[in-house]
Design a protein around this ligand. Structure first.
Ligand code: NDP
Length: 328
């Protein structure tokens, strides 16, 4: 066993520190599959881990990075053998289990999915946890029975990772997509992904009425807080909102009015512990439905050595679309 390059979060008396250094393979945590990581992604939660802004890291030292694509090097799991291309999102990797911003990872085989046919490892991580969550949200709206004929679909935090993929998926499925963003400068970018209308997020981010004009039948919300309350208040009767994020805040200052007077549903989205059959179904849908040219248009590429500096930027809402981290 040797060493490999990794970003490492440590906790000392002065608080959390982050270094890019050699990591001893013998110090990897228990798992039955060792993976040579080729790509990772940058997600909002990675920003929290890299900066220590919120206590998502719950074991020290920690290698941050919540998702990866790579190639199996060694496996005691009969489902995988050396050379297999695999993808991982969630399961506490980068939070409680040593994560993805490293050249090696050792994990449980049950956490992995085979790289979906039709996607390269780089494309899989351009999608990453954010894109996977966008598809989970779209599938939740569909499972609720909603379809493009029911009315527009709103996406909040539209220029971010979850938002950009959600806009792209919904537009391709035929929805009239309203993209809510705080970045006027990204209006053309969002139209390029398929947005039909741009909404200034300021309209949604300050406290509003318990019920407003019915404006959309469905929504993917990556923002939470007052924004989510306003999204619910302006959802059409029998519509639904997939709540997946908290970029504005963890709180939800709403009333029961949208639920009991309009039959609006709030659908919770958790990407971390999706059971394997559904996880595979989500990736299959991403491989078949996501426009790969649009994925390329929303993706920026950075080398592993540079990802450590991007935590503040993503938390400040300054990162557009998706960032793929080239590890190998
Ligand atoms: P990004 O930072 O890429 O996107 C978030 C976007 O939200 C920003 O680009 C910005 O969009 C908007 N935003 C940022 N700050 C604020 C604010 N104060 N008020 C209103 N809008 C704001 O993050 P991700 O796409 O990676 O993640 C989005 C959210 O989804 C995060 O909260 C993340 O934790 C959550 N998430 C949840 C998952 C789950 O399993 N439930 C999985 C993955 C992500 P714009 O500039 O266009 O307004």
């Amino acid at each position: 066993m040797g060493t490999f390059k990794a970003w490492v979060v440590e906790k000392g008396e002065g608080g959390q520190s982050l270094t890019f250094r050699d990591f001893d393979e013998a110090d990897l945590m228990a798992g039955d599959v060792t993976v040579r990581v080729t790509h990772s992604g940058l997600n909002y939660k990675d920003g929290l881990a890299l900066t220590g802004r919120s206590p998502v890291v719950r074991r020290f030292p920690m290698i941050p990075g919540i998702d990866f694509a790579g190639v199996v090097e060694a496996s005691d799991d009969p489902a995988y053998e050396p050379g297999d291309a695999v993808v991982l999102t969630g399961w506490g990797v980068g939070e409680t289990h040593l994560g993805a911003y490293a050249e090696r990872a050792r994990v449980k085989g049950g956490w992995l999915v085979p790289l979906p046919a039709g996607l390269s490892p780089e494309q899989a991580m351009a999608i990453g946890t954010a894109g996977y969550t966008a598809m989970l949200s779209v599938m939740a709206l569909e499972a609720h029975g909603l379809a493009p004929g029911d009315g527009p679909a709103l996406v909040t935090g539209a220029s971010g990772g979850v938002g950009s993929v959600a806009v792209t998926l919904l537009a391709r499925a035929g929805w009239h997509v309203i993209a809510s963003t705080g970045r006027e400068s990204e209006a053309e970018y969002l139209r390029g992904l398929g947005a039909a209308e741009i909404l200034d997020r300021a309209e949604l981010s300050i406290p509003g009425k318990p019920l407003g004009k019915e404006r959309w039948a469905a929504a993917v919300d990556s923002v939470g807080s007052t924004t989510l309350a306003n999204v619910l208040a302006q959802t059409r009767a029998d519509g639904a909102v997939a709540a997946c994020g908290l970029a504005q805040g963890m709180d939800l200052p709403t009333s029961v009015a949208p639920f009991i007077l309009r039959g609006v549903s709030l659908l919770g989205i958790n990407s971390v512990t999706t059971p394997l059959p559904k996880r595979r179904a989500v990736w299959d849908r991403l491989a078949s439905d996501l426009d790969l040219d649009k994925l390329a248009a929303m993706t920026t590429r950075v080398p592993l050595a540079e990802v450590g500096a991007l935590g503040e930027a993503i938390l400040a809402g300054q990162v557009r679309g998706r960032t793929v981290v080239a590890v190998g």
